[in-house]
Design a protein around this ligand. Structure first.
Ligand code: FUB
Ligand code: ZN
Length: 650
């Protein structure tokens, strides 16, 4: 492989809100997760939902690799995709290292690479479960095997590691695995003509192509997307073939094709159905592959999926997945707030899918959805100490119901340290230090730089340099642009009002077109200063959203707000909002100082004793509700939480 080397970052995030998270990832999450992967952390691993089959005894990830490498004896432990926890950890470490090189991190990553190299089979195959437990079933149980899912995470880790360190060692491992995959999959006689039950390799191949320019990876991604759902019987046929060969396959599986998005060709999938993470990973790959190969039909299908999600199936927090059954989408406007799934990985998947579409065509709607996820459904997935995580991100919690109603066993009131299925924590660790990806969008053909997110950062390219800095208390933002050869489109967030823009001290009056202000910044240094108000916004849901209709959800800046028992006492369902909210700083050891909202409300008196009584007019007492940013919830003592509040105007 030709040496491509490191990729210096052209964007540096300096924002205090986010740099605090980068620090937590580097100083806390990476070492903490490292210890867990090595089974030396004293933590309790929890089931993500009530299910005795979830492996919660240990992680065993490193052990699995050691056993596969022949360095130890033993059995595989954990999910079929346990390997992906290590790949995601490496990607997280590489992304962190890219922000700031660190000798210790490099050593830890290199140690992982040594182990992965050692575990790889001669022919390039790599999946510790199958290597240890069932070599005869390699690539023969694709509906559930996750072999290509893990290959995808290996590729993503390898690309991140190469970009950050310049070393191609892990890419070489990935290359050997992909060569093995290419020789096993394809339309040719004797090969497997189908795709993995969990999409991931497709999007990773797109990243690999973008790093190397090698079209082989793009073709393979295109192939896996094109073959998906072409033969709905593919997985069943594989199983029957195994049986015919006398292979130990276990009882006949029930294969839900919709869950795997394998019920019809991806070109025809315009509604988000099935497992949410799988869907968004697939859609991300569709958008990326389509862009590079010029497959317009594929792009149109990806766009249709995106519209269906954000217009009919996304929570106000940016979360997706309405049911625990199959961790899946359900139907339009079905957005229950207390039973939902809203997996952290699904939020990250939608972020990346949206970002992929943004690279096809910059649109303000994409920037807004990415922002909604980043500040809400994504970071709510972790506690501020970096050692506790949510898999499921609810919009309404009653801890007693979570404990005693088995249908709500997935809706946790506190963040566990780790899960039997640990997909989410390392997903957060790899995404947070990659924040810079989502801030700007270049359009070379039209010579435009879009400033999509208002995040303190420095941007530099051969066409220009710029710095953006925000003082949210003073309500002033400054963008300093040097020597721009680009046209600049500055997104004016919908959550600002009375925006006054000055260019080099001169107020300008220009129309905001489709969410952006076009700026002329050709001279040596242009200083753009924006002053504004940050109003408190209220959201209402479409009348078809039965769970939230008639209620109100608050937002200020990019943050959705929520009420917690810690500030308001119990029975949040008995409050109703009566007036306009005010901002008030709130300091708590759990989250430092944040802007809280104080909302005039009234609380229904609980005078009724009988379970049912003939209707009487309710009595209310005056009250106030204090709301905190949603991402801060569950950092204090466990209690009720509620995003959508009863509204007396509802
Ligand atoms: O199957 C691998 C990962 O585990 C999925 O992406 C998550 O939803 C979790 O089920
Ligand atoms: Zn997850």
């Amino acid at each position: 492989m030709k040496q491509l080397g490191t990729r210096p970052l052209s964007i540096r995030v300096t924002d205090p809100f986010w740099t605090k998270y980068f620090q937590v990832v580097k100083d806390v999450m990476l070492p903490f997760q490292w210890d867990i992967l090595h089974d030396r952390a004293s933590i309790t691993i929890e089931s993500e939902r009530e299910d005795v089959n979830i492996p919660t005894e240990k992680s065993h990830v490193i052990e699995n690799f050691k056993i596969a490498a022949g360095q130890k004896d033993g059995n595989h432990y954990g999910w079929l995709f346990q390997d992906s926890d290590l790949y995601k950890w490496i990607e997280a470490a590489a992304n962190s290292y890219h922000l700031k090189p660190d000798g210790r991190l490099l050593l830890m990553m290199d140690q992982c690479v040594d182990l992965i190299e050692a575990a790889q089979d001669e022919d390039g195959y790599l999946s510790t479960f199958y290597q240890i437990e069932a070599p005869e079933l390699k690539f023969r149980r694709l509906f559930q095997s996750h072999e290509l899912y893990c290959a995808g995470h290996l590729i993503e880790a390898a690309v991140a590691y190469a970009k950050a360190t310049g070393s191609h060692r892990l890419l070489d491992v990935a290359e050997r695995f992909v060569t093995c995959i290419e020789s096993s999959f394809g339309p040719e006689e004797g090969k497997i003509n189908g795709a993995d039950g969990h999409q991931e390799i497709e999007l990773a191949l797109v990243h690999w192509y973008e790093y190397t320019g090698d079209e082989r990876y793009l073709s393979l991604s295109h192939y896996f997307l094109q073959i998906r759902g072409q033969d709905p019987d593919f997985y069943e046929k594989q199983w029957k073939e195994n049986q015919a060969r006398g292979l130990e396959t276990g009882p006949a599986p029930i294969i839900n094709l919709v869950y795997h998005q394998a019920h019809k060709p991806v070109y025809e999938q315009t509604e988000a159905q099935g497992h949410a993470v799988r869907l968004v990973y697939m859609a991300q790959a569709m958008a990326g592959t389509a862009r590079h190969v010029g497959d317009e039909k594929l792009l149109a299908a990806a766009e249709a999926l995106w519209h269906n999600i954000v217009e009919k199936r996304m929570y106000v927090t940016g979360g997706i997945g309405s049911t625990v059954r199959g961790e899946a989408f359900t139907f339009d406007y079905d957005l229950p707030t207390d039973l939902m799934y809203c997996e952290t990985c699904a939020a990250i998947g939608l972020l990346n899918f949206t970002h992929e579409l943004q690279q096809n065509e910059n649109k303000v709607a994409y920037a807004e959805v990415m922002e909604r996820i980043l500040y809400n459904s994504m970071i709510s997935g972790m506690s501020l100490d970096g050692k506790h995580f949510f898999y499921v991100n609810p919009l309404e919690v009653d801890p007693e119901a979570s404990q005693k109603n088995p249908d709500k066993s997935h809706v946790k009131a506190t963040r566990p340290s780790w899960f039997g299925c640990a997909c989410c924590p390392p997903n957060l660790a790899r995404t947070i230090p990659a924040l810079h990806r989502y801030l700007y969008q270049e359009n070379e053909e039209q010579n435009i730089l879009y400033i999509n997110q208002w995040v303190d950062s420095n941007y530099s390219s051969k066409e220009m340099k710029m710095t953006q800095k925000h003082d949210w208390n003073a309500q002033v933002s400054t963008f300093i642009i040097h020597n721009s050869k680009r046209r600049i489109f500055l997104r004016i967030p919908y959550w600002l009002e009375d925006v006054v823009v000055k260019v080099n001290g001169q107020e300008i009056e220009r129309e905001i077109t489709e969410g952006y202000l076009e700026l002329n910044a050709v001279s040596a240094e242009v200083v753009i200063e924006c002053s504004y108000q940050i109003p408190i916004l209220k959201w209402q849901a479409h009348p078809n959203v039965k769970s939230s209709y008639g209620k109100v959800a608050f937002q200020r800046g990019p943050f959705i707000y929520t009420a917690e028992e810690a500030d308001n006492g119990k029975d949040l369902h008995l409050f109703r909002v009566t007036g306009e909210a005010q901002v008030e700083p709130l300091t708590d050891p759990a989250f430092g100082t944040v802007t809280s909202l104080v909302v005039p409300a009234e609380k229904r008196r609980k005078t009724q004793i009988a379970l049912y009584q003939l209707h009487q007019a309710p009595a209310f007492e005056p009250a106030t509700l204090r709301l905190i940013p949603y991402y801060c919830w569950a950092n204090r003592e466990p209690g009720e939480m509620r995003v959508w509040l009863e509204d007396c105007e509802g």
